[in-house]
Design a protein around this ligand. Structure first.
Ligand code: SF4
Length: 343
């Protein structure tokens, strides 16, 4: 018999499960409190459950429990975690303190199929999708490490393309924002996509309250085809249409992430193209100077080049933020730690 992972269920689904098992409904709330509030994954440690229920749960249910393999703290306070999954594979999460904010960058897949040229995760290839429980457990584990025991914001921007693991990602979002034990507010969650256009449309139907970010990086189809092969399937025009259809509450904008790379996408002409593209939907722009690494031959642009690029966008009336990667001394870029662990 397949045992059900209780960390993959919403409150309603847990209640159904408990009723079907012939138990009293209030047991569902007790179990969820252990899982989501107390961070306990072992049924034997759920001391307010009867002995018979604990042993029954051991037979019919299971609970995802990520094992922390490595944790590193950066000089800037950023914490990076490498977790081992039940099947021996590894994933990463990064916890970024910023004033009162504690932002967790979570992974949604082991590896990634999309193979973006600037990304170490893409270079390492794809192993499998994460379950909803494995996505949610990253938040539960990080809460145990965060100052104040709280993760205030979640970004789905770690290893993997969240819209390529659509079903499990949306289920994880439902669990994280379930009102009985809300791990994080729905308006504090950002999903970042490399441009899976049909996934954006589906997300608009299934979970439109989430904030949306798009990793754009160039507005030239030929350059994007090479840099981000997903563009060959969903070129910029298709992507822009999906983004423009995404329902935004008043005042909300889609974040355009633009990793700026010397000689590839940092010319005045590139800035002019981005200036026009960013008017196709309500947007703000994050410029992220590329962080060099041995495995990839791209180069970081000068600060002057980045500022000049930003000035062109600002002159067009856009909101532009220059973002530096955090935790560079602890390999916080996606895929770096996993690679070091030779997984
Ligand atoms: S940047 Fe994101 S979508 Fe692209 S290969 Fe890396 S993990 Fe995948």
């Amino acid at each position: 018999m397949n045992r059900i992972d209780l960390k993959q269920l919403t409150s309603g689904q847990t209640l159904d499960f408990i009723k079907k098992a012939g138990e009293k409904p209030f047991r569902a709330g007790q179990i969820r409190k252990w899982l989501f509030e107390n961070g306990v994954s072992d049924f034997n440690k759920m001391t307010n459950l009867s002995k018979s229920l604990r042993s029954r749960l051991n037979e019919i249910a299971t609970v995802t429990d990520l094992k922390e393999e490595i944790s590193l703290e950066s000089e800037d306070g950023t914490l990076k975690f490498l977790y081992r999954l039940d099947d021996g594979l590894f994933i990463e999460s990064v916890l970024i303190p910023d004033g009162k904010r504690m932002t967790l960058c979570v992974s949604t897949q082991v590896g990634c199929k999309l193979n973006c040229r600037f990304c170490l995760t893409g270079l390492a290839g794809f192993k499998r999708d994460l379950t909803a429980g494995e996505i949610v457990d990253q938040v539960i584990k990080a809460r145990g490490k965060a100052d104040g025991g709280r993760v205030t914001n979640v970004v789905l921007m770690g290893m993997g393309e969240p819209l390529d693991n659509f079903k499990n990602t949306v289920q994880a979002l439902k669990i994280m924002t379930d009102p009985d034990f809300r791990l994080v507010g729905v308006r504090k969650i950002t999903l970042s996509t490399a441009g899976v256009a049909p996934g954006i449309d589906l997300l608009a139907q299934e979970f439109p309250k989430v904030k949306l970010a798009v990793s754009l990086n160039t507005c030239d189809d030929a350059v994007r085809d090479d840099m981000m092969p997903i563009n060959r399937k969903y070129p910029l025009k298709t992507l822009a249409s999906s983004l423009a259809r995404f329902p935004l509450p008043k005042g909300r904008r889609i974040t355009i992430e633009y990793v700026i790379i010397s000689g590839i996408n940092d010319s005045d002409e590139d800035a002019e193209k981005l200036k026009r593209f960013a008017f196709k939907f309500p947007s703000k722009i994050n410029l992220i100077p590329y962080n060099e690494c041995q495995e990839i031959s791209y180069a970081r642009p000068s600060r002057r080049a980045v500022e000049r690029f930003a000035d062109i966008l600002i002159s067009g009336g856009h909101s532009v933020f220059i973002r530096e990667s955090r935790g560079s001394d602890i390999m916080a870029a996606c895929g770096q730690l996993r690679k070091t662990a030779k997984t």
